[in-house]
Write a protein that binds this ligand. Structure first.
Ligand SMILES: NC(=O)C1=CN([C@@H]2O[C@H](COP(=O)(O)OP(=O)(O)OC[C@H]3O[C@@H](n4cnc5c(N)ncnc54)[C@H](OP(=O)(O)O)[C@@H]3O)[C@@H](O)[C@H]2O)C=CC1
Ligand SMILES: Nc1nc(=O)c2c([nH]1)NC[C@@H]1CN(c3ccc(C(=O)N[C@@H](CCC(=O)O)C(=O)O)cc3)C=[N+]21
Ligand SMILES: [Mg+2]
Length: 288
């Protein structure tokens, strides 16, 4: 039976590290993260509450700017401009997806890159892909922290990523590549997924399809990271059929309690890194 990788535990440790650094800087001021939530997408509202709760717990000011689903592009961009210009605001996150009448690209590109805690702005994407230090998107960054925590080697391994979204799959593949893995990326047009996933030493699944990966898709002894999150019959499940896959592999993340909490913890780390840099409180060495 596999080791169950405890994302919740690793997230708690990361948060504690961040909390101690914020405590040290408390005499200088309080960093602030603003989450912009448009409309009433129920899953989004629940994630956003989780983010705000975590922020407050570790000593960040966490504010949710809740806008109606009917908000115009001009109004939303105006809110972002105000947050960009506000010297008290260190991090801005616009919760995705946005209602269909709003163009996500335009909105993401409006966020000041030095406050872009998601790492979605093209300047940060470009820097990251070029290997220039910037903040990485929270989900892949959290997964790398998890692999490090459990001392699961990446260099020289064959990593297979299922999914190629800008928020998970692509940055995940790039982070694994920069950590010296050999990387394969699969997507909805990949004819035979199993041919690739069965070769994975490290398999990261971010397809958004419940139960997509079964025992027949994995190599015995692999490390499996499940990014997917779905509410099915009132319970949370991932893209991996946990019951079927866990007995075959070396290690696997659960859903819930795996990647999700790490995403939230990394959001805090990114906020603090950007805040320290913007306020001149020191570089990364100041809080690591
Ligand atoms: N736990 C966490 O912190 C987070 C969880 N999530 C969850 O992770 C999942 C993925 O999110 P996200 O990347 O935003 O999703 P997207 O829908 O943006 O991307 C899904 C990707 O998976 C590919 N895909 C879809 N179906 C298949 C299939 N049958 N076989 C192979 N590839 C497939 C798509 O291919 P194509 O490009 O060809 O369309 C696409 O590249 C979702 O369940 C989401 O809720 C997301 C973010 C954070
Ligand atoms: N701009 C933006 N940035 C994001 O990072 C972003 C986003 N938009 N839109 C939606 C996705 C999804 N996402 C999750 C965060 C935490 C959990 C999480 O904490 N999950 C818990 C369970 C939570 C629950 O109980 O519902 C767990 O897996 O244990 C899940 C998913 C961030 N995303
Ligand atoms: Mg949209």
């Amino acid at each position: 039976m596999a080791v169950v990788l405890d994302g919740k535990q690793v997230a708690a440790e990361l948060q504690d590290k961040v909390r101690r650094q914020l405590e040290r800087m408390a005499p200088k001021g309080r960093l602030k993260l603003v989450v912009v939530l448009v409309g009433d997408h129920p899953a989004s509202a629940s994630y956003v509450r989780g983010k705000q709760r975590t922020a407050e717990k570790i000593g960040l000011a966490g504010e949710v700017r809740h806008l109606p689903a009917s908000v115009t592009a001009e109004e939303l961009l105006g809110v972002i401009d105000t947050l960009n210009a506000d010297p008290d605001v260190d991090g801005i996150l616009v919760q995705l997806p946005l209602p269909a009448h709003l163009d996500e690209r335009t909105v993401i590109e409006r966020i000041a890159p030095e406050k872009d805690v998601d790492g979605f702005h093209p300047l940060n994407v470009g820097r990251n892909f070029a290997g220039v230090p910037a903040v990485w998107p929270c989900t892949p960054a959290g997964i790398m922290a998890l692999l490090e925590h459990y001392r699961l080697p990446v260099a020289g391994r064959h990593a297979v990523v299922v999914g190629r979204s800008n928020i998970v799959g692509k940055p995940m593949a790039q982070m694994l590549l920069q950590a010296d893995a050999t990387v394969t990326v699969c997507h909805s047009k990949t004819p035979d997924l199993g041919v690739h996933t069965r070769q994975a030493d490290i398999l990261v699944v971010a397809a958004g399809v419940p139960g997509l990966i079964g025992a027949e898709h994995v190599k015995p002894g692999a490390v499996v990271v499940d990014v997917g999150i779905h509410r099915v019959d009132g319970r949370l499940v991932g893209d991996v059929d946990f019951e079927a896959v866990a007995p075959v592999v070396q290690a696997i993340t659960p859903v819930p309690g795996g990647v999700g909490p790490l995403t939230v913890a990394m959001l805090m780390v990114n906020t603090v890194r950007l805040g320290f840099r913007r306020r001149g409180w020191g570089g990364d060495e100041a809080w690591q």
